[in-house]
Write a new protein. Structure first.
Length: 754
């Protein structure tokens, strides 16, 4: 009779195997491919919907592409649509609609549509044949560009083109023991993503890639795997023999533990129950458990051995475990620092090969053995260093006191979206804004803006000014004078936020706050902008600003001397109420205006038939005679390709042209282009940096008929005719006219032009 402990152990093993078997009968979701919808959309007054159906294809398949334009405005519009297609999609040029042309070089379709207003629509449908596939890159992109009214918008969708997969072999072993974990793997070729479905021969079906399974009973099983990709599938079968003999196998859950750290040994053995287990941990300790845990008290490398037995035989295996010490480390860090200034820290007494992570206590984190960090707010912060090696981690920390102090920072651009969620900070991108001095102002607890007495009938913008100055008074700061130029800039941006639902500090025309202040004639220093929306009462807006760490240094800036205020209430806008304050410093001059180029980018390649859109910002209104001109510089003299005097929106200027439309110039080749602001006398007032553009001939354009050179016919040589000399006949002289003095010659001294 077998010992009771071994019978109980065998029963536990059987339960574990049956539980694993039950779990693997659950059909898991397959490893799905990326979702290819074939849909793309550009929303707005002119909406564009693009559909590619189906969004997957194999060679010789035909996909249908449809573009639908819907004009929700009242006026008729004529946009330019460019469809950029993958090179392996073939367009039948004979099936192009009117107004559409095909560029074979770039494999793009240009469509000039005319869309009537009041929900008028226009559609373009193209059959696209899959001419070839790129097996390494089956996922391709269809891009649509829409240009109209000086605006360019882009959308794209992913499609998949490839061939069905092929199975080379099933790579898992053909023999396995009962209960032994078996990882099923297949060697398959073909463009991915690939998904697998395994039928285990015992009624189980697993739609997952590379599953690990166990068989609870001996036998011969026909395992079938099906490999799929978006356009097809392939299947193959292999027999697996499950035997009752034991096969030892295990793995530690950590093969580099620290001293005293418990390790779990995961049993991956198999064999017909009952099975006996004998563990030797290499430090003199042993166990008969199925999956034991063990900890080592001394560093070193230990050989762990497992021997298993059943009535059919014996099997053994071993694994090395290296036990070490977590790193020791300490840090040197300043105990205090003023707000806005750099705090430095350094790791000391740490062994080589250790990785370090710093947590500064204000949400910021760094890696490396040194750190430099500036705190924006005062207070006490606990700086933590975590040192990691393969054997564990060690943490050390220090308290740091951050005191008030003057600092120079770029003013934060933070917005607030009602009471629901924080608005996104505007990234000015290429915008260079002034740096101004601000001071840190501490608030104890939550600041409450108490109502003040305001004369009935005071406009909301004027109430906002009163509350801004009241907040400053409560913090012992001087009141600000209102500037009409700053108020004009604030009001314009407030209206812009409501109309365009573009609640950021960068305006819909791409302008930054400092640029808008210049545009409206404010010639002094920029001292920040604060915006809020969703507050019906200006008192609530000011209260939010003072409680916001990003806005408080602006509203309570001791260096600000002037302010402008703006307010808009639009019940058709998402947040209804919109507020803006623009702050200025009359003691410093404004930054000079900058010609800021938006498009095209640094390097552009176009066909001479393609539309090139030059856009830029200029933050100062032009005089009557000033104009912007775009020049192309090749091997010869600069070529002026177009000029504009008026912006299309706010501070944004646009010049759109095609190289073939520039008269008197054959623009083919590589050019450096530049935008210049010139006055009436050609004096350059501002200019952009040079950028490169490569213009290639469009092969689809007709070649002009050459004009024949005419060779003039030489005139015949004429012999002179001899005329006899006439005999002079005397005559009576006639009286001549009465002589009069010539009128004086009127001259003028040229006056030099100023």
């Amino acid at each position: 009779m077998k010992p009771k402990s071994h019978s109980l152990l065998a029963l536990m093993v059987l339960f574990a195997i049956l539980a694993l078997f039950a779990m693997q009968r659950v059909e898991l979701a397959p490893l799905s491919a990326a979702s290819y919808t074939g849909l793309a959309q550009i929303s707005g007054p002119l909406q564009l919907d693009l559909v590619v159906s189906p969004p997957v294809g194999a060679p010789r398949d035909v996909l249908q592409l449809q573009v639908r334009l819907t004009n929700r405005s009242d006026a008729l519009v004529s946009p330019e649509i460019v469809l950029q297609l993958p090179s392996n999609l073939q367009v039948d040029s004979e099936k192009l609609a009117a107004g559409a042309t095909l560029n074979l070089t770039s494999n793009s379709v240009h469509w000039l549509a005319v869309v009537p207003g009041q929900n008028g629509t226009r559609e373009l449908t193209l059959p696209l044949k899959v001419a070839s596939v790129d097996l390494a890159n089956p996922e391709q992109q269809v891009t649509v560009v829409m240009r109209y009214q000086g605006i360019e918008e882009t959308a794209s969708t992913l499609i998949w083109m490839g061939i069905p997969p092929r199975i080379n072999e099933i790579t898992n072993p053909v023999h396995v023991s009962i209960g032994q974990p078996l990882k099923l793997e297949v060697d398959a070729d073909g463009p991915g993503p690939l998904s697998e479905i395994w039928e285990l021969g015992d009624g189980r079906r697993l739609p997952i890639n590379d599953p690990t399974v166990v068989y609870p009973t001996a036998g011969v099983y026909n395992v079938v795997v099906t490999v799929k990709n978006p356009v097809g599938s392939a299947s193959q079968m292999q027999q697996i023999t499950v035997v009752p003999h034991v096969a030892a196998g295990f793995r530690p859950d950590d093969d580099t533990p620290g001293i005293g750290e418990a390790i779990s040994f995961v049993n991956e053995s198999g064999g017909q129950s009952p099975v006996k287990y004998y563990w030797q941990f290499g430090d003199g300790n042993a166990s008969n458990e199925v999956e034991p845990k063990h900890s080592y008290q001394q560093p070193g490398t230990y050989q762990v051995q497992l021997v298993i037995e059943n009535e059919y035989g014996r099997s053994e295996t071993s694994h090395l475990v290296t036990v070490g010490l977590p790193p020791t480390a300490d840090i040197l860090v300043d105990s205090s620092a003023p707000a806005g200034e750099q705090l430095t820290g350094q790791v000391v007494a740490a062994p080589s090969g250790t990785e370090f992570t710093w947590e500064m206590g204000d949400g910021e984190a760094y890696s490396g053995d040194k750190v430099s960090h500036a705190y924006r707010l005062t207070g006490d912060y606990y700086v933590t260093l975590t040192a990691n090696n393969e054997f564990g981690s060690t943490k050390v920390g220090r308290w740091v006191r951050v005191d008030p102090g003057d600092r120079n920072v770029y003013l934060p651009m933070v917005s607030h979206y009602g009471g629901l969620s924080a608005g996104s900070s505007a990234d000015a991108g290429e915008v260079s804004a002034s740096e101004v001095a601000v001071t840190t102002v501490d608030v104890d607890g939550t600041f409450i803006m108490e109502p003040i007495e305001i004369r009935p009938g005071t406009p909301p913008a004027a109430q906002l000014l009163l509350y801004v100055n009241e907040a400053r008074r409560l913090f012992d700061l001087p009141a600000l004078n209102e500037s009409s130029q700053l108020s004009s800039a604030a009001q314009k941006h407030t209206e812009d936020m409501a109309i365009t639902q573009h609640t950021q500090h960068v305006g819909s025309d791409g302008s930054a706050p400092a640029e808008r202040q210049l545009w409206y004639g404010y010639s002094q220093g920029y001292a920040g902008e604060a915006t809020a929306w969703g507050f019906a009462d200006p008192r609530q807006a000011v209260e939010f600003w003072v409680n916001s760490p990003g806005h408080r240094p602006i509203v309570l800036n001791r260096y600000a001397t002037e302010v402008g205020v703006g307010y808009t209430a639009d019940f058709g806008a998402p947040s209804i109420w919109y507020w803006t304050t623009e702050f200025g410093n009359s003691f410093v001059p404004a930054e000079p205006p900058a010609l800021r180029v938006l498009t095209p980018g640094e390097s552009l390649e176009v066909l001479n038939s393609e539309l090139i859109t030059f856009t830029w910002n200029w933050s100062q209104q032009l005089s009557v005679a000033d104009k912007f001109t775009v020049y192309l510089q090749g091997d010869g003299s600069p070529i002026a390709v177009g000029s504009v005097q008026n912006p299309v929106l706010g501070t944004r200027y646009v010049l759109a042209l095609r190289a073939v439309d520039v008269s008197g110039a054959n623009l083919i080749g590589t050019y450096a282009w530049q935008i210049k602001l010139e006055n009436s006398r050609g004096v350059v007032l501002a200019e952009s940096a040079y950028r490169e553009i490569v213009i290639s001939p469009d092969p689809t354009l007709p070649t002009p008929t050459p004009v024949p050179t005419l060779t003039p016919t030489p005139a015949p040589t004429l012999l002179p005719t001899v005329t006899p000399t006439p005999t002079a006949v005397p005559s009576t002289p006639r009286p001549g006219p009465t002589e009069r003095p010539l009128p004086p010659l009127v001259t003028s001294t040229p006056v030099s032009q100023p």
